[in-house]
Design a protein around this ligand. Structure first.
Ligand code: 5GP
Ligand code: ZN
Length: 110
């Protein structure tokens, strides 16, 4: 997806402040942080959002759920919030699936 910002970050065409990378996922600091620590965790594969998932993605998504706390722990977060926005009405602005990790200071209740 040559016109996708996050695919271009994966490809190294757009710089990002990376904190984690493996074969399947990349994590980097959000360019406009909404908390002391605000990371974005993305699959390297272009998946639009949760609505784009099929049964074929089950293993990858399971691995993502195990990777999120690993990244949070590496960043020294003892508590954090994970958010993924789905669709324009859900507040999604970048249409490459990403999980926000927010933390570093006490977050208000939801
Ligand atoms: P969404 O609203 O789609 O859930 O979140 C998109 C997030 O991507 C926003 O928090 C926004 O600040 C972040 N973002 C947009 N463009 C870039 C970029 O080029 N680099 C980084 N690091 N973050 C970006
Ligand atoms: Zn993409």
């Amino acid at each position: 997806m040559s016109d996708c910002i996050f695919c271009n970050i994966v490809a190294g065409n757009i710089p990002a402040n990376k904190v984690f990378e493996d074969d399947d996922f990349l994590a980097f600091h959000d360019i406009a942080p909404k908390a002391d620590t605000h990371l974005l965790v993305i699959p390297k594969q272009h998946i639009v959002n949760l609505d784009d998932l099929t049964a074929e993605h089950a293993g990858l998504m399971g691995k993502l759920m195990l990777t999120l706390p690993k990244i949070a722990s590496q960043q020294g977060l003892s508590g954090y919030r994970t958010i993924t926005n789905t669709g324009a009405e859900g507040g999604q602005e970048v249409f490459h699936m990403h999980f926000h990790i927010l933390g570093g200071s006490a977050l208000p209740g939801f």
